[in-house]
Design a protein around this ligand. Structure first.
Ligand SMILES: [Zn+2]
Length: 479
């Protein structure tokens, strides 16, 4: 419903009337009107530079706190470091069911401003897009959480369970100030039956919605260090066992190694459903991946490796060499050289076994293989069920708003859902629709630039609202 904007007063009268009427009938917000407000909050958040490091997430929590408190929604601040607080807001329900938590992170990854067509913190609107660092990761969920709280309050929606909004700091690699701090020290403030967070989204290809992925499980990130040792000396006299050469050979061996394949309940269901909505060679390969025939299976794994690295990453524990350090002078043979491996364990993987496998592949006793420190490395395994009220409601909302299939997904990356799952909260990753073609162009999350389709921000808002309403609105007085 769109009202003619004759004057501010008329608009506000129509708005008030629509609130009370709609609250009594459908409980649906006036979307035409709230889109303007969503956009305003979204742009305001994008203009706050919360690049991590250093974070300065307080800029965002101050903004959110003001927006919530202005409308009578109480907030609480929990900070391990003053500049990096976490904000929690809660709307009380009848307590018939356990709470629903909506979470979003307030930090964003760093930028190189020279790479941006539009400035990274200007929230420029252009050609149907909104540009800015955080426009995909993670401002959409923050603004959806904020707007959901505001609208639940304004419409005075009766709730069967508390709805909690958590705006957390430090997700991008410094979880100690964010989710680790919250789950260890203040879990009672965010304890819930279900949570909605990042780690999902709707995929579009050539402008058409292809499928929605809902994050129910994720891999466990660990870091492995290789330390090669050898004799040091003058570069003019080559020495057997040169540490740089040993390290290079070890890294080459691990890069070429095809790690064993293993599917789980989530990835099986993912590829089964993906095969159903795919066509041609692709569909065949997805089916072959699930086949018991080892030849077909191996061919499918090869196909994924060549054509779809992100799918290939879902079927095994992966290892990517990311850093090498060796030497300081051209004519000095160093006695030590190190490499860093980014390891992503399958959720049911035995870490000790992986270390042994790596040693077996490298086959060089002069190269030490060991775990290295990693922030968030305590992220434990554990997934969320497909047979829950929340998953069914999310799937129903996907169908309603995107008319497409829901694929339960195991994320290759890590998110703060892992810490919540470890506490027994069923967490689901959701997100707005993005164009598959946009990532390679450099506009994805963590890319040189970042942007979102404005229309998809609004569709995501309505989708989130429906999930929250379906899960939390009191059903007592409804047929
Ligand atoms: Zn994120």
């Amino acid at each position: 419903m769109r009202e003619t904007r004759t004057s501010a007063l008329a608009v506000s009268i129509v708005f008030m009337a629509s609130i009370s009427l709609e609250a009594q009938t459908t409980g649906q917000p006036d979307w035409a009107r709230s889109e303007g407000e969503t956009l305003e909050h979204f742009q305001a958040l994008l203009r706050l530079d919360t690049s991590n490091p250093p974070g300065n997430e307080r800029r965002a929590t101050d903004y959110l706190q003001q927006a919530l408190e202005k409308e009578g929604i109480p907030t609480r601040i929990f900070a391990l470091e003053a500049a990096r607080p976490n904000l929690v807001a809660r709307l009380k329900g009848s307590g018939m069911k356990r709470p629903l938590l909506i979470m979003g992170h307030t930090d964003v990854v760093t930028v190189d401003p020279a790479k941006w067509t539009f400035p990274p913190f200007a929230a420029t609107r252009d050609g149907g897009y909104i540009y800015g660092r955080g426009s995909l990761d993670d401002r959409p969920r923050l603004v959806a959480g904020l707007m959901t709280m505001l609208m639940l309050k304004r419409l005075d929606v009766p709730l069967d369970r508390d709805v909690i909004f958590l705006a957390e700091s430090g997700e991008e690699g410094t979880t100690r100030v964010g989710i680790d701090f919250m789950t260890k020290e203040h879990f009672d403030a965010i304890d819930a039956e279900y949570c909605l967070a990042e780690g999902g989204g709707v995929r579009r290809e050539r402008g058409q919605v292809k499928f929605a992925s809902i994050g129910v499980l994720e891999k466990i990130p660990r870091t492995v260090e290789l330390v090669a040792r050898g004799p040091s000396g003058h570069g003019s006299v080559p020495l057997a066992g040169n540490a740089v050469g040993r390290l290079a050979a070890a890294v080459a061996a691990i890069s070429a190694w095809p790690a064993p394949i293993r599917l789980n309940e989530t990835t099986r269901e993912f590829f089964k459903r993906l095969a159903e909505i795919s066509t041609g060679a692709e569909a065949e390969q997805f089916r072959a991946l699930l086949s018991a025939d080892p030849t077909a299976h191996a061919a499918a794994v090869r196909y994924l490796g060549e054509h779809s690295p992100s799918h290939a990453a879902m079927v095994r524990t992966t290892i990517s060499p990311t850093i090498m350090k060796a030497g300081s002078r051209y004519n000095v043979i160093p006695s030590e050289a190190t490499a860093t491996l980014d390891v992503r364990l399958l959720p049911d993987e035995d870490p000790a076994r992986v270390l042994e496998l790596i040693r077996g592949v490298i086959k060089d006793p002069a190269v030490e293989v060991r775990w290295a420190q990693r922030d968030g490395a305590t992220r434990p395994a554990g997934g969320s069920g497909l047979d829950t009220e929340a998953f069914r409601m999310i799937e129903a909302s996907v169908t309603r708003h995107y008319a497409t299939m829901t694929l339960p997904t195991m994320g290759a990356g890590a998110s703060d859902k892992a810490q919540m799952r470890a506490k027994g909260v069923q967490c689901y990753g959701i997100g707005p629709a993005t164009d598959e073609e946009d990532g390679p162009k450099g506009f994805g999350a963590h890319s040189d630039q970042e942007r979102i389709l404005e229309s998809e921000l609004h569709r995501f808002m309505r989708f989130t609202w429906d999930v929250v309403i379906d899960l939390a609105r009191a059903k007592g007085d409804k047929p």
